[in-house]
Write a protein of this length. Structure first.
Length: 466
């Protein structure tokens, strides 16, 4: 009788549970050690909750669009309604219910394929042995393969200690009973920008503290400029080139002190200044696993660490802090470890999205890459010219495509639009499969549709029409 390969996975987030499903499918004996709840931060405190909150804010934003479309809202007596109101307690209750339901679904699926889930904290004793601490005591689990998928946690600053009431991290937002009257958001990266706009849409007075010239400094700068303009027009206060020195409670509110001495007063402050990997105290360095200077696990394109038989996936690796990438890393690791066909991770084909309104979706090379390489050309078309966008009342946004000169091979794209996360898919397919702009342009699109602008952008990059 052949001995089943034993796989132990530390962490039940996307990297962990997706890896567990693949390993079980390939016949391994799988144990997932998890202390937070299946789904991890992505399901319980980050992606699912924040995007649900954003969805609620987007729904409220539709009332503003209604007037532009010629729709008048009124009550049963015919009186015109001027605004809708969010009840944050009910909103947060729904968010928590959705997150728990998703976590429960993951647990059910893992159970169906025979994965053993242990609630506790795991630590590597060696490359083939994991010590698990549970409420009932400790147990040792031997493993042929170990996957570290412990994720990351919000970065906390010594001068701005979260208290869960007025000074908050993104993990603590969903316990708030009432909408913050005056919310200060420190950090204008993806998390800060998304949540700042969400609370603005829900009705909070929002001030965004940004250390850079534009919000979303890591995104396409044309896209960031559109988002910042939208933020300002909708009433958000943005303090560019400003850094927080400290945040403290004062009376029944908070005060954020900036490095130049200015003070910003609010009712609550959200600290969104990045995340740190959860790699301390779990035996990684003791067994010889290399970590980067930031504390992330160093991995290759098939998720191997520096120790044979030990893999890592997700935010603890610092490859790309996306749930989709974590899941891909986990699946790739198990395929490689268990002898299945495997395709190394190709970051140039990974699409990502910022869930602001409008959204920013990107894949492949960037504008900075194009500027540095004369062999890459780009075209940008505003969505305001698109007939479907006009029908839907969409006034902001654009499609930008990048391609090689001469061959016309599609290298990347940026889409700023409502539901850009859906619109980027055809561009991602083109990048993944190295399609040419002519192949994209010659593919039929529905008329009218927003994807028509993707096809039109590709037509403008046709090699003989420059």
């Amino acid at each position: 009788m052949t001995h089943a390969t034993s796989v132990v996975i530390l962490g039940g987030g996307p990297g962990g549970y997706e890896a567990a499903l693949v390993a079980a499918h390939l016949g391994a004996d799988v144990t997932v050690v998890d202390c937070d709840g299946l789904g991890g931060a992505a399901v319980l405190t980050d992606v699912v909750p924040s995007k649900t909150l954003i969805g609620t804010a987007d729904y409220l934003g539709g009332f503003e669009t209604a007037a532009h479309l010629g729709v008048r809202l009124e009550d049963h007596e015919g009186d015109e309604l001027t605004r809708a109101r969010a009840e944050l307690g009910a909103v947060n209750a729904r968010i928590r219910d959705l997150a728990e339901a998703q976590s429960s679904d993951i647990a059910t699926r893992l159970g169906e394929v025979g994965v053993r889930v242990v609630r506790g904290r795991g630590r590597l004793v060696s490359a083939t042995r994991v010590l698990v601490e549970t409420d009932a005591g400790t147990e040792t689990v031997d493993a042929d393969v170990v996957l570290v998928a412990t994720g990351a946690t919000p970065r906390v600053l010594p001068t701005a200690q979260p208290d869960g009431e007025r000074i908050l991290t993104w993990k603590q937002l969903y316990d708030l009973p009432e909408l913050p009257e005056r919310l200060i958001v420190v950090g204008s990266g993806v998390t800060g920008a998304e949540l700042a706009q969400a609370y603005l849409g829900l009705g909070s007075d929002v001030t965004l503290v940004s250390s850079r010239e534009l919000v979303l400094p890591q995104e396409d700068q044309d896209a960031a400029a559109v988002i910042e303009d939208v933020f300002r027009r909708r009433g958000m206060t943005i303090l560019n080139r400003s850094r927080m020195a400290a945040a403290e409670r004062r009376g029944d509110g908070v005060v954020v002190t900036l490095e130049d001495g200015r003070e910003v007063e609010g009712s609550h402050v959200l600290i969104a200044v990045g995340a740190v990997p959860r790699t301390e105290g779990i035996g990684l360095e003791e067994v010889g696993i290399d970590l980067t200077g930031s504390g992330h696990v160093d991995v290759d394109r098939v998720s191997r660490t520096s120790v044979r038989g030990v893999y890592a996936a997700g935010d603890c690796t610092g490859v790309f802090p996306l749930a989709s990438v974590a899941a891909m890393q986990g699946r790739t690791a198990m395929a490689h470890a268990l002898g299945d066909a495997v395709t190394p991770l190709r970051m140039s084909a990974v699409s990502s999205n910022v869930f602001t309104d409008p959204e920013i979706a990107t894949v492949g090379v960037s504008a900075a890459d194009a500027e540095a390489n004369s062999d890459i050309e780009a075209v940008m078309m505003p969505l305001s010219r698109n007939p479907r966008a006009k029908m839907l009342g969409i006034r902001e946004g654009f499609v930008k495509l990048f391609a090689y000169r001469g061959t016309g091979t599609v290298l990347g794209g940026v889409i700023v639009a409502q539901r850009a996360s859906e619109l980027i898919f055809p561009v991602a397919i083109a990048v993944q499969n190295r399609l040419s702009v002519d192949q994209v342009a010659s593919t039929s699109t529905v008329y009218p549709s927003l994807t028509g602008t993707v096809a039109e952008s590709a037509r403008r990059l046709h090699p003989t029409q420059r």
